[in-house]
Design a protein around this ligand. Structure first.
Ligand code: TYD
Ligand code: MG
Length: 456
């Protein structure tokens, strides 16, 4: 037998080194190198493709000669989920769902399994819970059915065998980080394990035309734990997000080979599981007081994802000594700059005012596009004049008081429209050529003074 080879793989970026390193030379992460042993036989076996492509498929084909059929879609009873998937589930696709612990991934998939069991056989593989625990949850959700099979298992070779015996139509894997590919010697949940398990699941999905849902844990930063290649491999990547202290959850598609990635689905976690929310704007405006001042909503980008957050300000006259400036969830320097701009360019007397600012929901906002909302929220509190609850803002504020262009403006406008806002203030330079089909009224503003005149 040939000698087994040892290598060290960075768990952050998959950089491979023949010896242990404290710091990865590729991505700079500390203590991420993990030893992995590879047997040459296993590598060889992997190199031979398990599936042979037919001769016809392997030849280049002129694009005009390629015929395609519209993929049939399987609709679940959750129309929000169907929408995020681009109109329903595509048979034989691999869907990855990521999200914080306790956000409701297992709940969502249990509900979906229950619904899918009426149209086909569902195999629910869990590496995290026992069959009775899943049953308990299913009971609470009011789910039952002969066609829903629960299988607490983590060993991929057993799972593979079970699939070829049972021939399910749908496979749920909860979660990919708990699955163990016995041929790989590294620890469960390590980069190589996750990669191999996902490749295996992709094979199962494409070969046997089984729709596979995979749960993925996320890291502290919010990305799906494991190599980025994981997201490249699968057909669809959904993120389930929301504040565990609140009951609303947003399902967002960040990659979809069969549909648009601009869709979001909104759910509410109730005692009987997830219920879809069909009028999302109400949620975001629900806790805002209608007749108040000092509140402005911003459409901020979180990575590639737009989110709507309320910025609140309380401006009160300073009684003792220096004016106080407190900011929660916002950059302190940014707040000072905006206040100085409002003072000098917008003629607001802010130097003898205390300012307390916060972003609601504990969201941290730190991109330039929040400036306009920040400025308007401060101005609103100072002037004691409210901003309509259906208005929102995007725009960077320059030191001369001008409103500067921001990126991804279409995505922001569409998100605001989707969430039921009636008017959005954007930089004049971003006005571009809007097609008239937007329901939301788009107002271009050039300076902070211009914005204040249009709002108050
Ligand atoms: P779960 O789906 O187990 O989260 P994940 O798989 O993403 O880690 O859901 C966990 C939370 O959902 C848990 O805190 C309890 C709550 N929950 C409800 O409020 N109602 C329900 O019907 C169910 C099943 C869970
Ligand atoms: Mg779970």
């Amino acid at each position: 037998m040939a000698k087994a080879k040892t290598k060290f793989v960075c768990q952050n970026c998959s950089y491979v080194s023949p010896r242990y390193l404290g710091r990865c030379p590729n991505c700079g992460a500390w203590n991420q190198m993990v030893e992995e042993v590879e047997h040459p036989e296993a590598i060889k076996a992997k190199a031979t493709p398990s599936r042979r492509v037919s001769d016809l498929e392997s030849k280049p084909v002129s694009i005009d000669d390629v015929s395609f059929e519209k993929e049939p879609r399987i609709k679940t009873e959750l129309s929000e989920l169907n929408r995020v998937l681009g109109g329903g589930i595509v048979p034989g696709s691999l869907i990855l769902i990521g999200g914080d612990p306790g956000i409701g991934k297992s709940t969502l998939l249990t509900q979906v399994s229950g619904q899918l069991a009426s149209s086909g056989k569902v195999l629910y593989v869990s590496g995290e819970e026992s069959a009775s625990q899943i049953k308990m949850r299913a009971d609470r959700l009011g789910i039952s059915g002969k066609n829903l099979y629960l299988y607490p298992q983590t060993d991929m070779s057993y799972i593979r065998d079970t699939i070829s015996d049972m021939k399910p139509d749908y496979l749920i894997i909860d979660s990919v980080q708990t699955m163990d590919e016995p041929e790989i010697t590294s620890a469960v949940g390590s980069i190589s394990q996750i990669r191999e398990v996902t490749a295996e699941l992709m094979n199962i999905a494409k070969q046997d035309n089984i729709t596979v849902f995979v749960v993925g844990h996320v890291t502290k930063g919010g990305a799906i734990a494991g190599p980025k290649i994981l997201e490249h491999m699968v057909d669809t990547v959904l993120y389930f997000e929301g504040d565990t202290h609140h009951s609303y959850r947003i399902l967002r598609s960040v990659k979809n080979r069969f549909g648009s990635t601009n869709e979001i689905g909104i759910f509410e976690m109730r005692t009987k599981g997830l219920v879809e929310v069909t009028n999302p704007s109400e949620i975001f405006l629900e806790e805002r007081l209608a007749d108040t001042n000092g509140s402005a909503v911003v459409v901020s980008m979180e990575g590639t994802r737009p989110i709507l957050v309320e910025i609140q300000s309380l401006i009160t006259p300073t009684i003792f000594g220096n004016a106080k400036r407190t900011a929660t969830g916002l950059d302190h320097n940014r707040v000072s700059v905006i206040m100085a701009v409002l003072e000098k360019r917008g003629n607001l007397m802010l130097q003898n005012q205390d300012a307390y600012l916060k972003s609601t929901g504990g969201v941290k906002l730190d991109e330039p596009a929040i400036d306009l909302a920040l400025a308007m929220s401060i101005a609103s509190s100072y002037k004691n004049l409210g901003i309509p609850a259906t208005d929102c803002f995007v725009g960077e504020v320059g030191l001369t008081g001008e409103i500067r262009r921001v990126n991804r403006i279409d995505q922001r406008v569409n998100e605001a429209e989707k969430l039921g806002f009636k008017r959005i203030f954007i930089p004049k330079n971003n006005m571009g050529d809007w097609s008239k089909k937007n329901k939301i009224q788009i107002v271009g503003v050039s300076t902070v003074t211009d914005a204040m005149n249009k709002i108050f």
